[in-house]
Design a protein around this ligand. Sequence first.
Ligand code: ADP
Length: 295
Amino acid sequence: MKLVINSLSKTYANGVHALKDVSLTLSNGMFGLLGPNGAGKSSLMRTIATLQEADKGSIFLDDLDVLKNKTEVRQLLGYLPQEFGVYPKISAERMLDHIAQLKGVGNNAERKDLVLQLLESVNLYKDRKKHLGTYSGGMKQRFGIAQALIGNPKLIIVDEPTAGLDPAERNRFYNLLSRLGENTIVILSTHIVEDVSTLCANFAIICQGEVLYAGDPETAVNELNGKIYSKVITQSELGFYKDDYQVISTQLKTGKLHIRVISEAEPDNGFISSIPNLEDVYFSNIATRIDVDTI
Ligand code: ADP
């Protein structure tokens, strides 16, 4: 399957230009949509999920015109929104059964099998009788994936799924997501670079409604070979380095400020050549639009 997004634009009634000529092509597998808060990720996800209109452009899932065939698209879609509310006083098992019924799984025995199998696959089987209100953030996210998987979707959209999860929960969620995606397009929207480096075969960086980069993580990182340099400085020197170098990230480690710069030529002045990583790709793209200190 292929999802082809062409020149998609959206301006909200308040004048915010949330999507500017977004064009992307996605195939089966996990695709990371990476960008800071406010970049336009949710606007794009919601448009693909047929929950809001675009002003201009097109989206095709193979031959299916997504913007014109909402009902058909919804039958192929699994969606885990950013704000996934759950009814606190209902057990996971009952809630999934209810959603499966809404999604058209009418046969009782078939639905029961499906629900138990889904609970098993997201590792919530032993907690299936517990009320959703007692679930941790990670358990709620895994429940969200279970409901998104009902009906064997061909396109799965998960919007900022790892925000707010502790490291162990995040790992469990990564394991679950990595099992999807072989015969499905999975779009994972995130502002966490590690989500993309762990999971995604392809990704795009989006900022202020525009696609700044699209490709695969390995190629993106290799393109920066020999161009990333780092140095430990004091806080008060930062202004000077920002004036003279293209600083792409600053990080405090044990009270010292580590800066990374991108440079075609070797900068002297005590800089050390560093192995590039996906954060460098992300920050070097984003830094062209936003000051590094505010990222
Ligand atoms: P992200 O998911 O990357 O954080 P969003 O798509 O939520 O980004 O937001 C992109 C921009 O559009 C932001 O400036 C946001 O404030 C604005 N925005 C999002 N939804 C709406 C809306 N319904 N009405 C007006 N502005 C919106």
